[in-house]
Ligand binder design. Structure first.
Ligand code: SF4
Ligand code: SF4
Length: 356
């Protein structure tokens, strides 16, 4: 059975205490065993879109960097470029924003290196025995690293129900081609009665498929890649999506890309999941909303499925409501967990061990 370690937030919730918890969790979960001297170690982060204040802050990642170095490893911080047109869609802006948010050599003691190159095209095809994919396109940097530590943030997500470790690995380590392969071919629709013509979806659409027609947004189906960004950024609920088909396929494809990202890293990958500042929207949003409930704590494990399952279970136990009920009740987020377990990525059964 998988083991997941939990350091609860201290009652006073002092932010400076989290760093110590991360250090103790690293040791308790045996993550040091994943790192051998001279290993190049990818510390997977999400630096947060510009304006986002609720992502995992750089100071929580510093103890991971320190621990990897103490084992003789050579850590660097990393993430891939986004499909949507924000401040992380190419490496030039991405690195500048990482610096701004403290994810830098000066800020945490390790450089930030974009995993899939200047424009998201640097990739390797990894063979997997998935149900939907036999090979997946992930960031080429993964071929050259010996170990991975992923620092993920639990949030809601409009398309996948929640974002945690599996999403951080699956979408977060895929190249542009890999990200495109995960989206279904079902374009969303705009309700012109609800649309305010604000233009946000048009600015975020990565392929220019959203345009204004008769004072309302319109999605050109032939151009649309069904990435769901317009759905995510519309504040007026004007964009709708076929949840049952679109979300389920996306979750399963995402999981298979996550599997490809860690393929060959058995015993060389560790995971943190931060149940802090849990918001309805994910860290790709400049404004993902206020935290839904008080901080719960931080998890660590060597099992990427168990840690996400434990994160969702803790939210329900501690708040009396599931994260789905808090965020996106129309999406069944267990699809990704079931699929990940079925293909052999990890276990939904786990033992939860408290760490002081
Ligand atoms: S973001 Fe929403 S309200 Fe704004 S133009 Fe797009 S569909 Fe209309
Ligand atoms: S779902 Fe289609 S229209 Fe919406 S942002 Fe993505 S590509 Fe553009």
């Amino acid at each position: 059975m998988a083991v997941v370690y939990l350091a609860r937030m201290s009652p006073e919730g002092r932010p400076e205490s989290v760093e110590g918890k991360v250090r103790r969790l690293f040791d308790a979960a045996g993550l040091g065993e994943c790192v051998e001297p001279e290993d190049i170690v990818a510390v997977k982060v999400h630096i947060g879109e510009r304006g986002n204040k609720t992502h995992v802050p750089a100071r929580y990642v510093r103890p991971i960097v320190d621990k990897v170095k103490a084992r003789g490893g050579r850590p660097f911080l990393t993430d891939t470029n986004t499909l949507y047109k924000g401040m992380r869609s190419d490496a030039v802006d991405h690195i500048a924003l990482a610096e701004e948010h403290g994810f830098s050599l000066e800020g945490v003691g390790a450089p930030f290196i974009v995993a899939d190159g200047l424009l998201g095209h640097n990739e390797v095809e990894v063979e997997i025995d998935g149900e939907l994919h036999k090979e997946v396109a992930v960031a080429d940097i993964l071929a050259d690293v010996q170990a991975i530590v992923a620092a993920s943030h639990l949030t809601g997500h409009p398309l996948t129900g929640f974002g945690g470790t599996l999403k951080n690995l699956g979408m977060g380590f895929s190249s542009r081609k890999g990200k495109l392969a995960q989206h279904s071919k079902m374009p969303p629709r705009v309700d012109s009665e609800k649309c305010k013509g604000c233009g946000t979806c048009i600015r975020w659409c990565p392929v220019g498929a959203a345009e204004v027609r008769r004072n309302a947004a319109f999605i050109v189906e032939e151009k649309c890649i069904s990435c769901g960004e317009c759905l995510a950024v519309c504040r007026f609920g004007a964009v709708s999506f076929s949840w049952d088909q679109g979300s389920e396929v996306l979750q399963r494809r995402m999981v298979e890309h996550a599997w490809g990202a860690v393929m060959g890293k058995e015993g060389k990958a560790g995971y943190f999941l931060f149940l802090t500042s849990v918001t309805k929207g994910c860290d790709c949003f400049g404004d993902p909303g206020k935290p839904l409930f008080p901080d719960i704590g931080v998890l660590a494990s060597q099992d990427p499925v168990a840690i996400d399952q434990a994160g969702l279970d803790l939210v329900e136990q501690e708040t009396g409501k599931s994260l789905s009920e808090w965020a996106y009740p129309q999406v069944d987020p267990t699809v990704q967990l079931e699929h990940a377990e079925r293909i052999g990525m990890g276990s939904r059964d786990y033992e939860l061990v408290g760490v002081a």
